[in-house]
Ligand binder design. Structure first.
Ligand SMILES: Nc1ncnc2c1ncn2[C@@H]1O[C@H](COP(=O)(O)OP(=O)(O)OP(=O)(O)O)[C@@H](O)[C@H]1O
Length: 306
């Protein structure tokens, strides 16, 4: 057999926009260890939208921070791997991350105002992305900025380039942030609750835009607590609680046959647009208690193995 031909498994792995394997993240303070992620496995394929779902405090943002090199200073990756577009970035330093943020991975956050500088015009902020990464200046820069805003369906892109963030609506600001995240066509775009701060009609437009990004070949990791969004938009999903992935699969499979009691509980707590008579039930406290006990048992087992 020709040794230079990659094995099918290796080929498939290399194509992933993001692969997280057995990721353990913990906070170490004053001799005390607090586990935040407990053996997370997750992958995002190019051109696909993978949802990371769970209630507040489950570890969703910690996963996104690990995948963008933005973990809090006290957080340590104690085990596992993060592979971004085929590159192992697990132990990267900030200087290395700066070379891939925007190029291989970019982020869209819940509140576009946190991503935009309030005292700089939109045009200058788009230039901050396009000039260093693509070397564009002058008229070429203006043309590329307008084209970018047109791609995210911003009306009057030329006028918007002259405006400050506070002069735009929330939906328009989120489009600008998406345009900036998309500017260098990164293999992975992480969208962390991108529509939570927007009103319903604008939410739909922004979700359509995210679908469009995936259509262009970008891998999307969509963080949300909203199962309705997952059902309408995503291809695959992982359910997280206490820093553990409790269930993962295609959206069709997980919605048709949720295996874990927590997934079932989340579904029972979500309004169904296809079943208006669906009776809503809040997630049971006893189940949350059980998951937390299981997480502690997992920590003890890991400690015993170490
Ligand atoms: N900077 C930090 N230092 C220490 N612990 C943190 C820090 N940020 C988050 N945590 C803890 O990490 C755990 C996971 O939090 P994370 O923010 O990832 O949850 P989440 O699922 O994204 O929730 P939300 O939807 O509210 O953002 C929580 O127990 C949280 O208290």
């Amino acid at each position: 057999m020709n040794a230079s031909i990659p094995k099918p498994q290796a080929q498939a792995a290399a194509k992933l926009a993001l692969r997280i394997e057995d990721l353990h993240v913990e906070i170490r303070r004053a001799g005390h260890i607090t586990p935040l992620l407990r053996g997370v496995n997750l992958s995002v394929q190019p051109g696909r939208i993978h949802a990371l779902v769970g209630e507040s405090g489950g570890g969703k943002s910690m996963v996104t921070k690990a995948a963008t090199g933005l973990l809090p200073a006290a957080a340590v990756i104690s085990r596992g791997r993060i592979v971004l577009d085929g590159q192992d970035v697990t132990q990267w330093r900030e200087s290395q991350w700066r070379t891939v943020r925007g190029n291989s991975v970019s982020m869209v956050l819940q509140d576009p105002l946190t991503a935009l500088n309030p005292v700089r015009r939109i045009g200058a902020q788009i230039a901050d992305v396009l000039t260093p990464k693509q070397g564009l200046r002058g008229q070429a820069l203006v043309q590329a900025s307008i084209a970018l805003l047109e791609q995210v369906q911003v009306r009057d892109p030329q006028g918007v380039l002259q405006q400050y963030p506070h002069q735009l609506s929330g939906g328009m600001r989120q489009r600008v942030v998406i345009a900036m995240a998309w500017a260098c066509k990164p293999r992975l775009i992480i969208c962390d609750e991108p529509t939570t701060a927007l009103d319903v009609t604008v939410q739909k437009q922004v979700l359509r835009l995210i679908r469009q990004l995936a259509g262009e070949g970008q891998g999307i990791l969509l963080v949300t607590h909203d199962l309705g969004v997952v059902a309408k938009l995503c291809d695959s999903m992982s359910v997280i609680h206490s820093g553990r992935i409790l269930e993962a699969g295609t959206v069709a499979d997980v919605f048709a046959r949720p295996q874990h009691a927590y997934t079932q509980a989340l579904m029972a707590a979500t309004p169904r647009f296809d079943r208006p008579s669906h009776t809503l039930r809040p997630v049971d406290d006893a189940l949350i208690e059980r998951l937390s006990t299981e997480a502690h048992a997992y920590d003890q087992q890991q400690g015993a193995l170490a």
